[in-house]
Ligand binder design. Sequence first.
Ligand code: FE2
Length: 133
Amino acid sequence: MRGSDPRWTLAELRAQALTLWEHEYSGHFAVEERFVFPVARKAIPDPSLVDALLADHEELRSCFSLLQRRPPEQCRDLLLKLGERLVRHIRREERELFQALQASLDECAMKALGKHVEEQLPAMCLVLGSADA
Ligand SMILES: [Fe+2]
């Protein structure tokens, strides 16, 4: 990390990643698992995509948990791995899951799902973010 961006120390990058996890990603994961994935599993032609996305979530949760337990000087490779896996996961959701949902749900069902996620997300992020504090 230091070699790629000398503006940030490993301790700062680790702290930023953990803050993002607590206040954003953990809430996103929970909302997807409770509301989006069950709908997708029933609606899209290949539900194994949902299994793959759930496996991504588990791997990412393990990485963040490990990050929490490791001292900053031992986090370089883990931070690089986390960044790469997060980007890959988000792309997969945007390019594969969202496309499959759009192709499988009618406009009304798609809007209802989007509205539900929008309503749940802030509350879920707040609950999960404060639960770890
Ligand atoms: Fe996700």
